[in-house]
Design a protein around this ligand. Structure first.
Ligand code: ADP
Ligand code: MG
Length: 559
């Protein structure tokens, strides 16, 4: 159908557009990075689909991105000869936000948060960033393989609606024209655009072309424009480390992770030998808003001999490292590798285990060299990492080294005490790592169970994350010391304490009997306690009984 339709943006898109235009205004130039990033992805996808269907290249096999501008009309056009989109894809991709949970997330943002670029940036600002600088955007696109008259023209002023109609387009791919706002004319400028391409898109593997500048007289200008590549057009991970600046790594990260912020750290490695591959792995600074969404995208970008194969290849990372972003480029996998093959391929398992070690080492290094940044990481991703001991038995000690907890020797609820620190400062004779679980820090730190430990100066870890109970049950020990829940069972006593205990027990025999009678069936036993120094009494769970927090959870679930 060639008819023209006017459609409304999904509500979430409208909200996003509004927030984005306001919160990202101070960094408006990123629209170019986003559009080039999309163009580059589209070229990757074409090359991938072309592996099975040569005809998609339409005798024009070299993919590229072109940037043009018209300073009189105040427009900038970004074109690619990548995969393009059909009508349905345009409506889906440029009219909705696919990620689930978006509406909810946007709704719960407070007034101040709405102005926070970082929060909005979590979505990956993407195509919609065009509207920061443009008051009208046209997308002309034809999917590779479709007929010339099956192209689509999408137009919007970013104000809630877009129109879509079928038109003709000779070449495949997408061409996006921004009609710049009056006061954004700075972008319709050769020098400015070249600088931005250099700054943001140097690492993109596909060439970003601009017309060669013509100095000298107008009459000597060549009839057909000459084009030159403005970026270095070499996949970043194939370059040698010494040639790559930190800024290049960071820009590349933003491209593959669709993140708005820099990463915390990365690790770039070329592996040779039985299996040959290059990996470039990044640790993000902040969790995406949908970290806990099971269907959320995770995994690495997979290339085989420089050819893009797929996004979100999850088989290369264990689930507890699902927040890692990056690229793996293999020389051994077949080009026609599919997700199913990845699942069964034995090489993948050994690559995953090598990548896992690499990531754990990278985190360890970050913790050692940049403790403050590590703390940021821990606050965002610690709870995911705590799934590690259950997931990955072989590495459980390495994973546990990365854990941070609040404790009775900490100043507040900040989780910043490592198990190594705990071991270092405990008494030589102490056999166990003591911990207490509770719903929150306040409850934990005020627990009467802590009194005896405080008095004796024994540090107790205060565990208040939902996963803790489960995590400790899988970890069970660290460097030869077992974990001990202080709300369970007996406390180890030294000789002197033991004697005292016996005396008190003798003296209080009658009293205990009386209390037991009064409480009758409510308790199993009444004992003299040496756990308490200030509180008169406390409830204790038997050694093999389920722990208090678990009990509360079960109760809450109606068990
Ligand atoms: P993201 O790149 O994170 O997916 P964007 O908002 O940047 O999000 O783009 C949304 C979608 O629109 C892309 O995933 C892609 O499917 C489609 N798209 C955008 N630009 C292009 C393009 N130049 N060629 C083909 N598809 C595109
Ligand atoms: Mg994008």
């Amino acid at each position: 159908t060639a008819q023209k339709e006017t459609l409304g943006f999904q509500t979430e898109v409208k909200q996003m557009l509004h927030l984005m235009i306001h919160s990202l205004y101070s960094n408006k130039e990123i629209f170019l990075r986003e559009l080039i990033s999309n163009a580059s992805d589209a070229c990757d996808k074409l090359r991938f689909e072309g592996l099975n269907d040569d005809s998609l290249f339409e005798n024009d096999p070299d993919t590229q991105v072109k940037i043009e501008f018209d300073s009189e009309a105040n427009t900038v056009t970004i074109s690619d000869n990548g995969i393009g989109m059909n009508r349905d894809e345009v409506i889906e991709n440029l009219g909705t936000i696919a990620k689930s949970g978006t509406a909810q997330f946007l709704q719960q943002l407070s007034g101040d948060e709405k102005k926070d670029a970082h929060l909005i940036g979590q979505f990956g600002v993407g195509f919609y960033s065009s509207f920061i600088v443009a008051d009208k955007v046209e997308v002309l696109t034809r999917r590779a393989g479709a007929k010339a008259d099956e192209a689509v023209l999408w137009t919007s002023d970013g104000d809630g609606e877009f129109t879509i109609e079928n038109v003709e387009k000779a070449g495949r791919g997408t061409s996006i024209t921004l009609y710049l706002k009056k006061d954004e004319s700075e972008f319709a400028d050769n020098f400015r655009l070249r600088n931005l391409v250099k700054k943001y898109s140097d690492h993109i593997a596909v060439p970003v072309m601009m017309e060669k500048e013509h100095y000298g007289e107008e009459k000597d200008k060549p009839e057909t424009p000459e084009w030159e590549s403005v970026n270095s057009a070499k996949a970043l991970w194939t370059r040698s480390k010494s040639d790559i600046e930190d800024e290049d790594y960071q820009e590349f990260y933003k491209h593959i992770a669709h993140d708005y912020e820099d990463s915390l750290t990365w690790s770039h490695n070329k592996v040779e030998g039985k299996l040959e591959y290059t990996s470039l792995l990044y640790v993000p600074k902040r969790p995406p808003f949908d970290l806990w969404n099971r269907e959320g995208a995770r995994g690495l970008k997979l290339y085989v001999q420089r050819v893009f194969i797929m996004d979100d290849a999850e088989q290369f990372l264990p689930p507890y490292l699902r927040f890692i972003k990056g690229v793996v480029d293999s020389n051994d996998l077949p080009l026609n590798v599919s997700r199913e093959i990845l699942q069964e391929n034995g090489n993948i398992a050994s690559m995953r285990s090598a990548l896992t070690k690499r990531i754990l080492d990278m985190l360890k290094k970050l913790a050692k060299n940049k403790p403050e940044e590590y703390q940021t990481f821990w606050e965002g991703f610690g709870q995911v990492l705590k799934e590690g001991p259950a997931d990955d038995f072989a590495n459980k000690e390495k994973i546990a080294e990365l854990f941070r907890f609040a404790s009775t020797k900490g100043e507040d609820d900040t989780q910043n005490i490592s198990l190594d620190t705990y071991l270092e400062r405990m008494d030589e004779k102490q056999e166990k790592i003591y911990y207490l679980t509770a719903e929150n820090y306040l409850t934990a730190s005020r627990s009467p169970h802590l009194e005896m430990f405080r008095k004796k100066g024994i540090e107790v870890l205060l565990l208040t994350d939902r996963v803790d109970e489960w995590m400790v049950s899988h970890l069970s020990e660290f460097k030869g010391k077992t974990f001990e829940d202080i709300t369970k069972g007996e406390l180890e006593l030294d000789e002197e304490d033991k004697k005292k205990q016996e005396e008190v027990e003798k003296e209080s025999k009658d009293l205990l009997e009386r209390i037991k009678k009064v409480l009758n069936d409510e308790v199993e036993d009444v004992r003299v306690s040496h756990r308490l120094t200030d509180s008169p009494a406390c409830l204790v769970v038997g050694k093999d009984d389920i722990n208090m927090q678990m009990r509360r959870m079960l109760e809450a679930a109606g068990q």
